[in-house]
Design a binder for this molecule. Structure first.
Ligand code: KIV
Length: 286
C-alpha cells in the first residue's frame, strides 16, 4: 500500500498504539530522498547543520536565512516524512512576534510541516501563540545546545532529583501549551521513561534511552561521517567517512595514472566527421 504523508496526528496515533517513531536529521535534498525512500517517519532540519554542514564551532551562528535554504532542499526531497524546521538561536527568544514571523517563514517559504524550539516552561507562552495560529510546535528539553554557555558543555541533564522534577514540569508545560512532540536530549533513561508515561503527546529521544516514543539520530553520526569522537548515545549504521575517503583516494590515483577516464567515460563523433574535422584542421594549419 502507498505510504501517505505523516501528520502530527499520525504521531499521536503511533504513540497510542505503541509504534515507535523513527526520526533523523537531514540538511540536503539527496539525504532527504534517502530518508523518504527508507520510510523515515520524521525528518528534522536541525540547526546542527551549523556544525555538520557549515563548519561552525557551535549552532549559535546559524541564521534564519541559512535554515530556509537548507530546509527548502529537504522539503523538496521528503514526500512522506513529517519535516520539522529547527528555529535558530535568537529567532524566537526575544519576542513572540519574532517567533511568529520566523516560524511562519519555515511553514510558508520552506514548506515544513512543523517547527522545533528549545526550552521548557519559559517557552510555554510562545508555543501557545504559535499553536493558536496553526503552527505545530515540537519542544526540546534536556540538553539544549543553544544554551551551551549556561550548561557548560555537552552534559547529561536531569541527574539530580530536583532537576528531574524540573524536566517533568517543563514537559508538562509544553504539552499544556499545545506542543505535539517533545525531544528529550541527554536525559537519563529512568527520567525520560517517567516523562513519556506522564504525557499524552509522544516524546523522542536523542541520548535519552529506549523508553521514549521515538528515537532521533544526527545523520552524520548515523552514517559515520562525523569522526572527531563517537558520543555514547550514537550507534553508527555505516562508515561513510571511510568509504568517501577511499573513493577520493582511488579517484586521485586513477587521475594521476591516467586510468580515468577511459573510452567508456568519453564521447565520440562519427568516423566521417572526424575525417572532415582533420582535413579542415590541416588546411587551417598550413
Ligand atoms: O539541531 C539539531 O539537530 C538538534 C538535535 C541535537 C536534536 O536539535
Amino acid at each position: 500500500m502507498e505510504r501517505k504523508k505523516v501528520t502530527v496526528n499520525d504521531l499521536l496515533e503511533m504513540k497510542r498504539r505503541g509504534e515507535k517513531i523513527a526520526m533523523v536529521t537531514a540538511y540536503d535534498y539527496h539525504t532527504a530522498v534517502f530518508a523518504d525512500r527508507a520510510g523515515m517517519d520524521v525528518v528534522l532540519i536541525g540547526d546542527s547543520l551549523g556544525m555538520t554542514t557549515l563548519g561552525y564551532e557551535s549552532t549559535l551562528p546559524v541564521t534564519m536565512n541559512e535554515m530556509i535554504i537548507f530546509s527548502k532542499a529537504v522539503t523538496r526531497g521528503c514526500k512522506k516524512p513529517l519535516v520539522v524546521g529547527d528555529m535558530p538561536y535568537m529567532t524566537y527568544q526575544v519576542s513572540i512576534d519574532d517567533a511568529m514571523r520566523n516560524a511562519g517563514r519555515f511553514m510558508s517559504e520552506a514548506g515544513t510541516g512543523a517547527i522545533k524550539l528549545e526550552g521548557g516552561k519559559h517557552m510555554a507562552k510562545t508555543v501557545e501563540a504559535l499553536v493558536k495560529v496553526g503552527i505545530p510546535v515540537m519542544g526540546h528539553i534536556g540538553l539544549t545546545p543553544q544554551s551551551m554557555a549556561m550548561l557548560g558543555g555537552f552534559k547529561v541533564q536531569g541527574r539530580t532529583a530536583q532537576a528531574a522534577i524540573d524536566l517533568l514540569d517543563d514537559a508538562i508545560a509544553l504539552e499544556n501549551a499545545g506542543s505535539f512532540f517533545i525531544l528529550l536530549e541527554l536525559v537519563p533513561s529512568v527520567i525520560s521513561k517517567v516523562i513519556s508515561e506522564r504525557l499524552t503527546i509522544p516524546t523522542v529521544s536523542i541520548g535519552s534511552g529506549p523508553d521514549c516514543d521515538g528515537q532521533l539520530l544526527i545523520f552524520h553520526d548515523l552514517v559515520g561521517i562525523f569522526e572527531a569522537f563517537t558520543p555514547k548515545h550514537v550507534k553508527k549504521y555505516a562508515n561513510l567517512s571511510g568509504e568517501i575517503e577511499n573513493a577520493f583516494k582511488n579517484y586521485i590515483r586513477d587521475v594521476k595514472e591516467v586510468n580515468f577516464p577511459t573510452a567508456e567515460h568519453s564521447f565520440k563523433i562519427s568516423e566521417e566527421e572526424k575525417k572532415v574535422f582533420l582535413d579542415l584542421l590541416s588546411k587551417r594549419e598550413k
